[in-house]
Design a protein around this ligand. Structure first.
Ligand code: ZN
Length: 200
């Protein structure tokens, strides 16, 4: 089962995810070790710029006016967050950069800069544990920049616990099972491991 816990927009994002095949059905092993009937692959939706634009266009109504005005730059974790963050920056008429993990740590490359006092929104397509976003917040602050808010399309975290305002469009709750109690394993269905860190 996929349940919508909270939806802050009139557009039906769950339907958009289903229609574009972003919610994959089968038998999946998640990075967390749990098994699930569903796997969320947001890239399947974000490959359509018109749909992505429709989604990000909902955000200015949700985000605090003062934060929208003050923010100079959107920053996203590569690779998953780039398409969403770039389109959000286009809608908000801001600059956009991304951080990437060349080794274990998130860093900015490609001549991007985080300037002292620069004001950021961190944008990610789906927030599961909040780990990458938390690292980007730290990266901005290490460069004496400010993070005004975190923004995501889907929230899958029970509590990401950011110390800045967090805005998301939809929050899902998706059934998952420990391998010992997995009904799909009991049915003998082969388990897939999508091999992405972005998981449900
Ligand atoms: Zn299973």
């Amino acid at each position: 089962m996929i349940r919508i816990v909270e939806q802050k927009t009139k557009i039906d994002i769950l339907k958009m995810l289903k229609d574009t095949g972003a919610i994959m059905e089968g038998h999946f092993r998640l990075t967390s070790g749990f098994h699930s009937r569903y796997y969320l692959q947001c890239a399947k939706l974000l490959q359509y710029p018109d749909l992505t634009y429709k989604i990000v266009s909902e955000l200015p109504d949700i985000i605090d006016e003062h934060i929208l005005q003050e923010t100079e730059t959107v920053i996203s974790p590569a690779i998953g967050g780039i398409l969403f963050g770039y389109m959000l920056a286009f809608k908000l008429e801001k600059k956009m950069i991304f951080a990437e993990r060349k080794t274990e740590k998130m860093e900015i490359r490609r001549g991007f800069e985080i300037k002292k006092g620069e004001k950021f929104i961190v944008a990610e397509d789906v927030i599961t544990t909040g780990g990458s976003v938390g690292e980007i917040i730290d990266l901005c602050r290490a460069n004496e920049a400010e993070v005004n808010a975190v923004v995501s399309m889907v929230d899958r975290s029970s509590d990401a616990g950011f110390d800045v305002p967090y805005y998301y469009l939809v929050k899902f709750d998706i059934d998952k099972y420990s391998p010992e109690n997995c009904p799909l394993c009991k049915e003998g269905i082969k388990v897939n491991y999508p091999g992405s860190k972005k998981n449900i």
